[in-house]
Design a binder for this molecule. Sequence first.
Ligand code: IMP
Ligand code: MG
Length: 176
Amino acid sequence: MNNPQTTVLFSDEQIQARIRELGAAITRDYPAGDLIVVGILKGAFLFVADLVRAIERPLKVDFMGISSYGRGTISSGEVKVTKDLDMQIEGAHVLIVEDIVDTGVTLSYLIEVLKQRKPQSIQIAALLDKPERRRREVPVAYRGFSIPDAFVVGYGLDFDENYRGLKDICVLSEGA
Ligand code: IMP
Ligand code: MG
């Protein structure tokens, strides 16, 4: 991309306000029992950090590394586990925390993998959702924002590993 430009889509304040609402809903919804929050690296690292602080109940945190995108903005369609969970999830409530659901290929694969380990339940919390691009159906129980088909960066999301540290979520577009 030549001279990429960033335009704010959701500000830091909007993101934090929405995460407080999601945290309250999760706090309300979950029955007793072990809750394991599974953050998907790397994009969800900031969302996990803020979401777990908005959930007022005991929980455990683990991470999984999945890669479906090659370099750049075009999905390779290939999914690879680059880091597996450290914890056993059998009998636990699993809440997968993902930055963005795009085609759904990553999460539909991940759900199949984790189901085989017999958790009591599996749900998805995704900060962003691009419903127009969906190729595999995935049940998103907790959604931050639905967005149109644009490439976004910031608040954990990258383009070629850049922009993850931006406080706001921005649309990345080609400059003049
Ligand atoms: P899916 O398998 O197509 O749903 O891809 C989901 C993954 O692709 C996300 O976890 C992101 O890592 C990446 N991704 C999809 N859309 C974007 C975007 O707009 N910006 C940055 N990463 C994205
Ligand atoms: Mg990701």
